[in-house]
Design a protein around this ligand. Structure first.
Ligand SMILES: [Zn+2]
Length: 474
């Protein structure tokens, strides 16, 4: 049976342009999407990313600049898309929550949940962090009364009429889901999610009054309100999925998210879907955070680097490689430009680049006919190299490929083909080595797509000719 897969990243707020802290999730999801396309066909895979454009944060950012909110989010969304394109992210759609189709889908979703009795009118009195765009309890704040994720922002006190979603009603269903296999990964994240449930899930306001926040999707049952930004944003996945035949029982739905927003995806989103009777996500994969030289990446710290800056300096595939192999797949990681450069020199210039160049040169000098090779068909052995994609461990898949690469390098050093005079022996050694580099090249696509094409162009010929230097030493 052919399996369909829908892959999503979280969508970024359009208050400011994304930085390298946001890049990891896109590259991770992209590698998984490219892998799925290889094994299930591109027509069976949908990959969506984009921008989250409603809510207080975006509106305030525009006000601060003295421009219209729409103009501001257009501008940021445009820049974010360029950053994501610089990373060679193969999304099928870059969705914006201000897109007309999404606004309609989100309003219909809200209405359906209301019609099913899960949304009711109430009034909220309590705390709100505009950075998280979320309601807070006192126990969630630090000793200074600040949100632990947004210590430079002031916590707001809200007192307003709005509509509430019957979140608490879904507590038992959510608990069963969290405990089920592969719903939340890695397994270590289950505990935190269970403790949210055990502390008691409260119904949550899912609208804001327009007189306070006019910037949003008008509530379909009361036009004096707009839909709460999280309720609106989560639906973007369904907008894309339902419009592309990817929200049904034949589709595996995989959401990649950072640990800070895991609970919205693991707890609120499935409750919303259950409320309207739609299919629930298959897996929510929760990754850690990136720190830069021991510091949180933020504008106030002045250590913001854009993905495109790294790409311009080191090349897109070097950046992808670094993040995929050393990124926060489970735990937080500390990265640095120095480490990136060491990895570039050690594993890409001396590693992959050097091995490719050595074999190409030996093959060219030999004048041997190495025959054709099919780079598009995958054998059981090839697919075995991808096994750890099952657990989304791209880092381990890459480690295994690089192990294969160093074994090949060892083979060259031990056999010293440049010294072999016997033509039959030389042919035997080089045929093995060319075969191995061809096999490695074949499986590089999900990680280093443009490098893979370049190596393939060198080794897809019967008579091999040396190509360009893939990773010039820094
Ligand atoms: Zn916050």
């Amino acid at each position: 049976m052919i399996k369909k897969t829908l892959i999503t990243t979280a969508i970024d707020y359009a208050n400011d342009v994304i930085h390298i802290g946001h890049a990891y999730e896109k590259i991770l999801a992209d590698a998984f999407a490219r892998y799925q396309r290889l094994i299930n066909g591109k027509e069976n895979v949908g990959f969506v990313t984009g921008t989250d454009e409603h809510g207080t944060t975006n509106e305030k950012a525009a006000k601060k600049l003295g421009i219209e909110t729409q103009k501001h989010v257009d501008n940021i969304s445009d820049q974010n898309k360029k950053e994501i394109d610089a990373l060679d992210i193969s999304y099928n759609r870059f969705i914006r929550t201000t897109d007309e189709d999404h606004k309609k889908v989100a309003a219909d979703f809200f209405k359906k949940s209301f019609d099913n009795g899960d949304i009711y009118k109430g009034s909220y009195e309590g705390l709100y962090c505009e950075g998280c765009e979320s309601y807070k309890t006192l126990t969630e704040l630090n000793e200074n009364g600040q949100c632990t994720l947004h210590t430079t922002r002031e916590i707001q006190k809200y007192q307003e009429e709005n509509y509430f979603f019957r979140w608490a009603k879904y507590s038992d269903i959510l608990k069963t889901l969290v405990l089920s296999e592969r719903f939340v990964l890695p397994d270590g994240k289950k505990k935190e999610m269970l403790s949210f449930i055990e502390n008691g899930i409260q119904d949550i306001p899912v609208t804001r009054p327009k007189y306070k926040l006019p910037w949003g999707i008008t509530c379909p049952i009361d036009d004096s309100q707009v839909i709460y930004v999280w309720f609106d944003a989560l639906i973007n996945y369904f907008t894309y999925g339902s419009e592309n035949n990817l929200w049904d029982n034949e589709t595996e739905i995989v959401h990649f998210v950072g640990k800070d927003i895991a609970r919205w995806h693991v707890l609120l989103w499935p409750a919303m879907l259950a409320s309207v009777g739609y299919k629930l996500p298959t897996t929510i994969y929760v990754h850690g955070f990136i720190n830069l030289e021991g510091e949180k990446i933020s504008k106030s710290k002045g250590n913001v680097i854009k993905p495109s800056e790294l790409v311009n300096k080191y090349g897109v595939d070097a950046v992808r490689y670094y993040f995929l192999r050393y990124g926060p797949i489970v735990e937080d990681v500390d990265i640095s430009v120095k480490h990136l450069e060491d990895v570039y020199n050690g594993e890409l210039a001396n590693g992959l680049g050097n091995t490719v160049a050595r074999i190409a040169k030996l093959a060219q000098n030999s004048g041997i006919d190495f025959g054709d090779f099919d780079f598009a068909t995958f054998s059981g052995d090839d697919l075995k190299m991808f096994d750890q994609f099952h657990d989304f461990r791209v880092d381990l898949v890459i480690q295994n490929i690089w192990k294969k690469l160093s074994l090949l390098d060892k083979h060259i050093n031990e056999n010293e083909p440049w010294k072999i005079k016997d033509q039959d022996k030389l042919k035997e050694v080089l045929t093995y080595e060319v075969g191995e580099i061809r096999n490695i090249t074949k499986i590089l696509g999900p990680f280093l797509p443009s490098t893979q094409k370049k190596i393939e162009a060198v080794f897809n010929k019967s008579f091999i000719k040396v190509g360009e230097n893939l990773f010039p030493r820094l």
